[in-house]
Design a protein around this ligand. Sequence first.
Ligand code: G4P
Length: 541
Amino acid sequence: MKQDEINKRRTFGIISHPDAGKTTLTEKLLLFGGAIQTAGAVKSNKIKNTATSDFMEIEKQRGISVATSVMGFEYNGYKINILDTPGHKDFAEDTYRTLTAVDSVILVIDCVKGVEEQTRKLMEVCRMRHTPVIIFINKMDREGQDPLSLLENVEQELNIHIRPLSWPIGIGNKFKGVFNLFEKKLQLFSPNVTKIAKDVFAINDINDIEFDRQVGDSVAKKFREEVELIDEIFEPFDLDLYTEGYLAPLFFGSAINNFGVKELLDTFVRIAPSPLPRITNLREVSPLEKDFTGFIFKIHANLDPNHRDRIAFCRVVSGKFERNKFYYHTRLNKKLRFSSPVGFMANEKSILEEALPGDVVGLYDTGNFKIGDTLSENESIFFKGIPSFSPEIFKELVNKNPLKTKQLEKGIRQLSDEGMAQLFIREMGNTKIIGTVGELQFEVIQFRLLHEYGASCTFTPLNYTKACWLTSTNKQVLEKFITQKPQYITFDKDGRPVFMAESDWFLNTIRQTVPEIEFHFTSEFKTDQQQINNMETWAKK
Ligand code: G4P
């Protein structure tokens, strides 16, 4: 019974370059799933201007209904969880972390613009993690590129094999609907922006003469030729290659008009993976295991001053999460109990009694959690694979009010636990260095430190371009290097040494002088030493 329920779960993320149609598609999926009745219910998390005020406004609204971070709904007996990802590139790291909590993704591409910068970066992250990807080519109601040349563009730019599973009937103002190549079904819709059209024309045979009558002779002829060509060019769809992340099935549609969304959803529930196992420092954890395990992939602070709380988002990996039961927080080495965990259905949240693998549980947090933390029934394990990447912009944090030093310290640590930015301490001068991927984060940090912690600060730009985590099997060599280069050495918030480089050239020169030291561009959030310490304490109990 439980295995059945797990097999029916689909936990995934929708990702795209801003403006390709992620929010619209999310909303249409909820509409098809019956979770909402009319479009317009899902709040866009898009920052239209780069102004901080815009971000703050969105965050305030989202803080009040954090439910939009996870949207659950049922469709044809499947339980679907969509995990929302920020649209703005400055918050890309948040997106990367959310991707650790999904089992597959739908990547949306605008047919006019083709593959864009963020599309490429997101695809790289998926490839790194072997995440199964389905591609949705959106906005087919606009005069975009020819579908066949689009396929070429996508395959080359994203460096992944693709297999179309739906095919458009006409494009631009002649776009009439899509043919489901997977199920060999064809449905024609009349556009409807807010609701699902009822007057659907459906046939199973594309040679049916009625089809020509509906779409016109020239569109029907071109369409048949293309479908024939597709079957010649592309191998039949291979489920294993998709699940292993080597082959991306591709769909066409127009999210705003509801075209192609049902084809996508129907195929998605059939082929997308159910909750997958996850790797820990000690072993792989299967979703079918009896004992509960889960990890925190996101922490959401509420920016509304009337509801100041944090919610930690926990992805259930195995077993059953139950309300009011004690669970083991493996990093803190202590037991915690959650009396009001929340679950997410449609765009509402409610108290949840239990949750199964693939589900996301929101846990009210008073500062116990950091991103990457593991919860288990009683086993000291740590889920791997929540990396922090090297930031791209570095600035020194300058305290403007010495009377508020404590508040500033606490604030900046909490914000870095939330994953807002990375914090590095340079022992020389006890300098706090903040690393981010975008300028916008600095404004947000400054605003939040002032409004939530009463601490005012400014930032002085630093000319570092990369941070590399250092390890070596030769402890003495590493220690010597650290003492010899104090101006370039910082420690991350877990106390691990990090080398700050001013340029790639400089970094390469230094690396050659110390071959015994390894320079890492990404890290996991946990230190090995921390894990070992905890396990030792745990074993002694
Ligand atoms: P995002 O979350 O990926 O950033 O994109 P979003 O869904 O907000 O869509 C970006 C813009 O593209 C929106 O228009 C949206 O209405 C439009 N759009 C989405 N799907 C389609 C489609 O299938 N066809 C066409 N032609 N447009 C589509 P906007 O003017 O920026 O926003 P709004 O004022 O309509 O909200």
